[in-house]
Design a protein around this ligand. Sequence first.
Ligand SMILES: Cc1ncc(COP(=O)(O)O)c(C=O)c1O
Length: 371
Amino acid sequence: MSQNLRIPGPTPIPPQVAEALGRPMINHRGPEFAALLGRVTEQLQYFFQTTNRILTFPSSGSGGWEATVVNLFNPGDAVLAAPIGVFGDRFAKVGETFGLNVTRVETEWGQANDPQAVVEALSRLPEAKGVFLTQNETSTGVMNDIQALATAIRGVRPDILICVDAVSSLSCVDLQMDAWDLDIVLTGSQKGWMVPPGLAMIGVSERAWKAHEQSRMPRFYWDFTRVARTADKGQTPYTPPVNLFFGLDVALAMMREEGREAIFARHQRCAELTRERAVAMGLELYANPAVASNTVTAIKTPEDIGAKAITKALREREGVVIAGGQERLDGRIIRVGHLGYVHEPEMTACMDALERQLQALGYQSPASVRG
Ligand SMILES: Cc1ncc(COP(=O)(O)O)c(C=O)c1O
């Protein structure tokens, strides 16, 4: 049985991309790779909505956090982190690991950042050099309003470094790096980009480059200057994951053909379908519905049926693979991914399967109990 892979990344690969991934190897220091790198970078700029440089690293998304910290900051620098779940918290921890003085704005999980709370926290931290934000918190299924946050932050701190983790959202929902004046935007290939894991992509603003020049943090692999200088020659400093570039090139061409706004609309439709079906089953969304994500839906598990029983039944009886909760949400929620190569039929099939298996596990929706 072919799997309906509905975790929030890695995501399914379109057949055209799968074909490209298997192409014969080329010289990564030759003209074909130079052309490929140039083409991919230009297409990425379209999706980041920026004219800034975009650097690529052979890495998962987490490398983007480390690259941000070691390239822009110095040990002892104050930053404000605004985590709303597991991934935002890890971004903050990476800062702490490298000796940054991290202050957290606390937000209840399931909610988005309140721009006013972030501004108030900044007013108590005048020395802050950067802010760490997450556009889409994959662990809670919450989407932040980055435009509103950036506008509020710039209102009080015009020159602060705004660093945005857009790992599980970029290319699926709107993010305008230039218009919203963001300094770092980082993402990973295995989410909305429809390619396997292994490539981190990072947009770097002029302000971020200036901070980079002042940063004395030890770095080698992640050094922006080395990557940028080599990119000018159509290369990467170390061996790139050539096949992932083949795949990304094809995926980006498919995405251009579909169109940015059409992709955003498709993600919104798939997300709405998923949320509506969950609510119709009598299930409760974990995220505040007003800020629910368009790429992943977190659903509270019925009290008497554990998340593990649901994910197991779906996987074994339906060939549908969804995710459970992480850390403090382990066992309390299930998460359904709808990002990248996804259309309504896969989401309908996933939610049909969920309904069947919940019934098989003895679930009675509150409506049916009342009725
Ligand atoms: C929002 C967010 N940030 C960062 C990461 C870390 O990315 P990776 O697992 O590719 O290192 C993830 C992974 O799921 C994520 O969802």
